[in-house]
Design a protein around this ligand. Structure first.
Ligand SMILES: Cc1cc2nc3c(=O)[nH]c(=O)nc-3n(C[C@H](O)[C@H](O)[C@H](O)COP(=O)(O)OP(=O)(O)OC[C@H]3O[C@@H](n4cnc5c(N)ncnc54)[C@H](O)[C@@H]3O)c2cc1C
Length: 402
């Protein structure tokens, strides 16, 4: 029996494969494409990885694309209004931002160089294929991203408050923005959000811009028009809704870095059942986006996928039998220690902020100590949700700092 089968070579599947390999558990990774197709494809996301995710990669001996220019150490936060609510906070534990078309192939290479097996599937495999693969393994872990293998893992209605996208997305890599390690986080009520981050890419250090458009609002056309023509309209939206970001842009040089360097779409926030019994008698466990897909608004999907992969690897390495009871116990740990707080936090932020959150942001605008603390919380989603979901706790924290 060839150990654990893992479907999907995103950050969740690769973190799991590398950690199992490190813990001495045999694992085979089934991937939809090879490293070359992954590196030449369309921009898949614009991920900022927290210090916790970076620490896991460090422990694996997989530190890639280190460059101080893509370590975000400051946040410039703004909510449009008259006057705007604005503050700048320090990120004590900087986020690392690298193009996943560079990072994931590097992680694949780490896994194979250390003796790991990657099987490249020539078609997009389905539940029947997962079942066939499972006959070689003691357990299947499905980390196939947000398409998931939906027949195996139905939507969990109790944990999925939305049945349609709450934002439409545009993301692109741009030339023409002054280099900076600052994360520009701009909220425009009733319109959506505009983010800018530095990112290490095959073009070197450039800027990524993400537009989160409330459906039917004024940002939505940016998520639907030809990306090659988006720059002028995006610049106008930035000038109106994110003026501090506009100051960093040289209009003459503001353009996409390449035709593949943009994405458009929408995500329906979905939590799925995490455990399925396959016809082979084996069990399949979903992790990462294959289990829970959140809107990228709070930038936590990849970080949560990495955290859940780590928890799953520890559970697996502790030994079987890898039955339904094992899978449910792992699912509960992943929910409590990583995925649950992120999901509830992200779903809350898709709605207009409640009064206690507005109070926190207003305090951050007047006291740098509060601004820094807010940014520290964002890097630790479990502690963050414990505070944000409890107005009394939050008010005590603010009172102690002002
Ligand atoms: C614009 C944008 C910005 C984002 N920003 C952030 C951020 O700042 N921070 C953050 O943490 N997250 C962010 N996210 C979310 C993050 O990208 C995802 O949550 C994360 O990449 C999910 O990783 P995964 O490994 O679970 O799935 P994926 O990255 O989707 O990987 C799954 C892999 O499995 C393959 N696959 C699919 N089906 C099969 C199959 N049946 N068999 C074999 N292989 C298969 C796919 O080709 C893919 O390579 C962002 C997302 C977007 C769109």
């Amino acid at each position: 029996m060839a150990g654990i089968g893992i479907v999907g070579a995103g950050i969740s599947g690769l973190t799991l494969a590398l950690r199992l390999q490190q813990l001495g558990v045999e694992a085979t990774l089934y991937s939809e494409g090879d490293a070359a197709s992954m590196s030449s494809g369309r921009l898949p996301n614009t991920v900022a990885r927290t210090q916790q995710t970076q620490a896991r990669e460090r422990e694996l001996g997989c530190e890639h694309l280190a460059d101080p220019g893509c370590l975000m150490d400051t946040v410039s936060f703004s909510i449009k209004g008259v006057p705007p609510l604005e503050f700048t906070g320090r990120i004590a534990d900087p986020y690392h931002v690298a193009d996943f078309r560079l990072l994931l192939p590097a992680l694949m290479d780490d896994f194979t160089r250390r003796g790991g097996e990657i099987v490249v599937a020539d078609t997009s495999p389905d539940a029947a294929q997962v079942d066939r693969w499972s006959q070689r393994h003691e357990l299947m872990v499905v980390a196939a991203g947000r398409r998931s293998v939906a027949e195996l893992f139905p939507r969990d209605a109790g944990r999925s408050p939305y049945d349609s996208p709450q934002r439409r997305l545009f993301a692109g890599l741009f030339h023409g923005i002054r280099p900076s390690t600052t994360f520009a986080y701009n909220i425009s009520p009733a319109c959506g959000e505009i983010f800018r981050m530095p990112m290490m890419t095959r073009h070197g250090l450039v800027s990524s811009i993400v537009v989160e458009a409330i459906p039917g609002g004024p940002f939505e056309p940016l998520t639907l028009m030809d990306p090659a023509e988006v720059a002028p309209a995006l610049l106008a939206a930035i000038a109106e809704h994110a003026p501090r970001l506009r100051e960093m842009i040289d209009p003459a040089g503001f353009e996409l870095t390449g035709p593949e360097d943009a994405l458009q779409g929408a995500v329906t926030p979905t939590v799925r059942e995490a455990v399925a019994k396959l016809p082979s008698g084996r069990v399949a466990l979903a992790i990462g986006d294959a289990w829970i897909t959140n809107d990228p608004l709070t930038g936590q999907g990849a970080n949560g996928g990495s955290a859940c992969a780590w928890i799953a690897a520890e559970s697996i390495a502790a030994g079987g039998p890898y039955d339904v009871g094992f899978a449910h116990a792992t699912d509960e740990r992943m929910w409590d220690e990583a995925a649950g707080p992120v999901t509830m936090w992200t779903n809350m932020f898709l709605q207009p902020p409640p009064d206690h959150i507005i109070g926190l942001l207003a305090a951050a605008a007047t006291r740098v100590e509060v601004a820094d603390r807010v940014m520290g919380l964002f890097g630790d989603p479990v502690r963050n949700w414990a505070v944000l979901s409890n107005p009394d706790k939050l008010n005590r924290l603010v009172d102690a700092l002002v």
